[in-house]
Design a protein around this ligand. Structure first.
Ligand code: SAH
Ligand code: SF4
Length: 345
């Protein structure tokens, strides 16, 4: 839902200003799925709005749930026939997180990522980005799922900082107390390293969390795995992160997918710690080691034992480090597995 469009439609219908407040409350607080459910609106207005302006920019095509019930993945049809994926995660009993996409596909083409394999179709509009959160709130309301969805991670399809303007507008909508009202510290944006946008993001959204998809700490290896490194190498990335820390004093999360025999050797862990030494104070830098989710690529996951050894070395270098197994692997809903399997007819 685009607030400005609904407000314009209401005013074109000659409705008083308080009608917007009624729509806003119903959509964001009650998570209604249609104007028909907003009983306080005159029936005529409900009808006129439904005809003029769809409440959502995306429609459910299907939803799959993981066996353990902790992850759901939706395919959403967009108005132009493209399809985008979004994931709802339940990391704990009461907390829900939406993992949202910023683009259909991705141009960065990281070698291990399913989204990267499909190339870029287009960026999403701010409305299409935030409607993924709205979609999951509506889904939870319909299924009467307990708890609240108030965590959002930009870790679905696409490179958020390749469409900074749209992502920035979508963040403002999520943060807006009169719309989603999600706390900045409950939102994380993940990037493969668009250096100039990192510094800008720090100035624009100093309270929103930042995650960097690092995956390698030498230029030779990183340029191969994460081609973004050819545009902004590790030195450029470090400079932008220093600037980010300077303006925000916030913690940065580094994502590092462990790939067997490629970036998981002891010397890779040491290179990682050395590179981090040049980025900022140890207490602000956190390494998330991620177990590789099998994609249609030649990469293989690192064995558990080697992953632990890698983690120990990063810890010995003085950095906090966790090993993360992604939720939703059985529905291809884990990070890096988001790929559109079919196109709209
Ligand atoms: N494009 C952004 C946002 C996507 S976040 C970015 O890359 O940061 C998705 C996260 O999952 C990234 O850290 C990405 O590197 C990681 N990822 C990609 N493919 C993966 C895979 N097959 N297994 C595990 N993680 C993967
Ligand atoms: Fe794009 Fe991120 Fe996948 Fe790389 S990991 S191809 S940047 S979505």
């Amino acid at each position: 839902m685009d607030a400005a469009k609904v407000q314009a439609a209401l005013s074109a219908l000659g409705q008083p200003k308080f009608r917007w407040d009624q729509v806003r409350q119903a959509v964001f607080e009650r998570a209604v799925s249609s104007y028909d459910e907003i009983a306080v609106l005159p029936a005529q207005t409900r009808r006129a709005l439904s005809e003029k302006l769809p409440l959502m920019s995306a429609r459910e095509r299907r939803v799959d749930a993981s066996g353990d019930g902790r992850a759901r993945k939706a395919l959403l049809d967009l108005a132009d026939g493209r399809v985008v994926e979004t994931v709802l995660l339940r990391p704990s009993e009461t907390r829900w997180t939406a993992c949202i996409s910023s683009q259909v596909g991705c141009a960065v083409a990281c070698t291990f990522c399913a989204t990267g394999l499909m190339g870029l179709a287009r960026s999403l509009t701010p409305e299409e980005i935030t409607d993924q959160v709205l979609f999951w709130r509506q889904y939870m309301a319909k299924k009467a799922l307990p708890g609240r969805l108030d965590n959002v991670v930009y870790m679905g399809m696409g490179e958020p900082f390749a469409c900074y303007e749209q992502v920035s507008a979508s963040l403002k909508m999520l943060l807006d107390q009169k719309q989603f009202g999600i706390g900045a510290r409950h939102i994380s944006v993940s990037t493969s390293g668009v250096a100039p946008k990192i510094a800008q993001f720090g100035r624009d959204f100093p309270q929103v969390n930042l995650a960097i998809s690092l995956h390698a700490a030498t230029d030779e290896l990183r340029s191969r795995l994460v081609p973004m490194n050819k545009a902004y190498n590790l030195a450029a990335l470090a400079r932008s992160l220093k600037e980010y820390i300077g303006s925000t004093k916030r913690k940065i999360f580094f994502e590092y997918v462990l790939l067997k025999g490629e970036n998981d050797r002891p010397q890779d862990a040491d290179a990682l710690a050395r590179w981090l030494d040049g980025v900022g104070p140890k207490e602000l830098l956190h390494v998330n080691l991620i177990v590789f989710n099998q994609t249609d690529t030649p990469h293989k996951p690192t064995d558990e034992r080697d992953a632990r050894a890698f983690q120990q070395r990063v810890l010995a270098g003085g950095y906090k480090s966790t090993v993360r197994q992604n939720l939703g692997r059985d529905i291809d809903g884990a990070c890096g597995q988001l790929v559109v399997l079919e196109k709209a007819q």
